[in-house]
Design a protein around this ligand. Structure first.
Ligand SMILES: NC(=O)c1ccc[n+]([C@@H]2O[C@H](COP(=O)([O-])OP(=O)(O)OC[C@H]3O[C@@H](n4cnc5c(N)ncnc54)[C@H](OP(=O)(O)O)[C@@H]3O)[C@@H](O)[C@H]2O)c1
Length: 335
């Protein structure tokens, strides 16, 4: 039996990964910061270990006796950019160090982000050999995490997966699109240019992570080498308008009004939202860092290399996954 540690198991993607690992018979240990946040997990057949990416001793304890570490814990937004670097960069370095101190280090699967590499360099989806160009503090912090993993590549066998936008059941950020469209029939789109985005459903991502850990290449200490790094995305790309219409269709709306907001307005709203977040000491999804990403053009990537190396294919279309997600939000009374 395989033994795995999942960091970030209380989060959106972690939830899907833990379910998949249990279903395939892996013994799962989850690193959790607080028991209160782990109430759902404690109903499952998993072992909980208390710890934090900032606490090196807790990480040494957590990585004991496991074959694979799936490292999902991280911040996707924060009040100040220092926290992003502390958790996504320094936290990943602490975890790599804990793995390297084992006599037989486990495989480390790091869930990075398309943001670590940057927007599409041209009209074609981004591939692993394209130059790295993160445009946000979040992207730079995820790249710092990648470099931490690459630095310990001689001691710790590691693979990096970069997902684009992830959708699915339990997601609180993407839920805002579904809520606005269901309630108001309106979908807000940043800017006047209809650019394309890649996406993946969280359960397909979980499948990709397991395949990459089991069959993927490992990174080398050369940070210019793309070996061991993969994009995981569904084959379809779509614009914000197409996404809005698809979500609207799930609620029986034949037309969803796509309201395009000038980037100047987005910057203004993001600045006020950042100020509000600082006052409340709670991050919000609309912030200056996300506005930087929204202004950067298309965000597409190709999973062709992952498919070649591991046979990864998403289980179904994104359209079907959006419908499934909408049904879940309704069934669980989120909407
Ligand atoms: N969602 C997306 O669209 C997307 C796209 C690309 C990449 N990613 C990456 O995928 C990973 C998971 O994302 P997600 O959407 O599932 O995020 P999420 O729902 O916000 O979950 C984040 C998880 O990280 C944990 N965590 C945060 N800080 C920690 C720390 N200092 N020590 C230990 N655990 C900590 C959280 O624990 P608590 O429950 O205690 O807060 C939570 O379990 C992240 O690394 C993110 O960068 C996400």
């Amino acid at each position: 039996m395989r033994h795995a540690l999942v960091t970030g198991a209380t989060g959106f993607i972690g939830h899907h990964l833990v379910q998949r690992l249990i279903a395939q018979g892996t013994a799962v240990k989850c690193l959790v910061r607080s028991q209160a946040r782990a109430v759902d997990l404690s109903q499952l057949d998993v072992t909980l270990v208390q710890g934090d990416l900032a606490d090196v001793n807790s990480l040494a304890e957590a990585v004991k006796d496991v074959d694979v570490v799936y490292h999902l814990a991280g911040l996707t937004k924060s009040v100040g950019k220092g926290d992003l670097m502390k958790v996504n960069g320094d936290g990943t370095r602490n975890l790599s160090l804990a793995c390297s101190q084992r006599s037989r280090p486990p495989i480390l699967l790091f869930v990075s982000s398309l943001a670590a590499a940057g927007p599409s360099p041209g009209v074609e989806p981004r591939v692993e050999t394209d130059e790295i160009n993160p445009v946000s503090s979040y992207g730079r912090s995820k790249r710092a995490g990648e470099l931490a993993v690459i630095d310990s590549a001689d001691e710790v066998p590691a693979t990096i997966v970069r997902p684009p936008i992830v959708i699915g059941e339990h997601d609180r950020d993407g839920f805002q699109w579904f809520k606005t469209i269901r309630k108001l029939g309106v979908h807000l789109a940043p800017g006047f240019e209809d650019v394309h985005y890649s996406m993946i459903h969280a359960d397909d991502l979980a499948k990709a992570l397991i395949l990459a850990a089991e069959q993927g290449e490992r990174v080398s200490r050369d940070d210019q080498d793309d070996g061991g790094i993969y994009y995981a995305a569904s084959d379809e790309v779509m614009t914000y308008s197409e996404l809005g219409h698809l979500i609207g269709g799930c609620f029986g709306r034949s037309r969803t009004r796509v309201v395009r907001l000038p980037m100047l307005m987005i910057w203004g709203a993001a600045l006020s939202s950042d100020l509000w977040a600082r006052l409340r000491k709670r991050p919000t999804i609309l912030n200056v860092d996300k506005a930087r990403e929204a202004a950067a053009g298309a965000w597409t990537c190709s999973a062709a290399k992952l498919r070649r190396h591991t046979g990864f294919v998403p289980s179904t279309s994104i359209e079907e996954r959006i419908r499934q997600t909408a049904d879940w939000y309704i069934d669980e009374n989120w909407l």
